[in-house]
Design a protein around this ligand. Structure first.
Ligand code: GNR
Ligand code: NI
Length: 169
């Protein structure tokens, strides 16, 4: 199973809008498996297909702790159909923005409609970190990164640092 390369900001691909998946077939399942491997290896708790250069609306998430049994979640064409009024601020990071973390405010709960690993329609009630993570990943599918919610100054500082770090690497 291949580990894929994770694109880093600034990269125009990360700013493009991903397309809906037509059919959950074996080829898409292979992509989902490779995304999961890539996420575990990083390590991260979520990964969206555009982060590995594939502009499809596919995300993988696993919030299980190191010592726990793995609990991979696969979402194809995820759509938030309901968001709670209550907003929480949580510290976010992103594998495409390594080494930078910031508080982001989002609805604490949401309901998400999606196709699962087998192409079956599902509706999930998410809250807390899972709700944050799903919203963060769906943002990726729309070309949005968590730094877009920060002040222009904070965002520009982070982007400058990423460019500098990349020059030196
Ligand atoms: O690994 C990740 N951790 C994380 C922490 C708080 C909110 C969102 C995330 S997702 C991130 C992995 C990632 O970049 N997914 O797109
Ligand atoms: Ni991310």
């Amino acid at each position: 199973m291949a580990v894929l390369q994770i694109l880093q900001e600034p990269n125009p691909i990360l700013r493009m809008k991903s397309k809906d998946v037509e059919k959950v077939d074996h080829k898409l399942q292979t992509l989902m498996n490779e995304m999961l491997e890539t996420m575990y290896q990083a390590p991260g708790i979520g990964l969206a297909a555009p982060q590995v250069g594939v502009l499809k609306r596919v995300i993988v998430i696993d919030l299980s702790k190191d010592e726990e049994k793995k609990n991979p979640l696969f979402f194809v064409n995820p759509k938030v159909v309901w968001k709670s009024e209550d907003i929480v601020s949580r510290e976010e990071g992103c594998l495409s923005i390594p080494g930078h973390f910031a508080e982001v405010r989002r609805p604490n709960k949401c309901k998400v409609e999606y196709l699962d690993y087998h192409g079956k329609m599902k509706l999930l009630d998410a809250e807390n970190l899972l709700a944050t993570c799903i919203q963060h990943e769906i943002d990726h599918c729309n070309g949005v990164l968590f730094i877009d919610y920060l002040s222009k100054l904070k965002k520009d500082i982070i982007i400058k640092k990423l460019i500098k770090a990349n020059r030196e690497n």
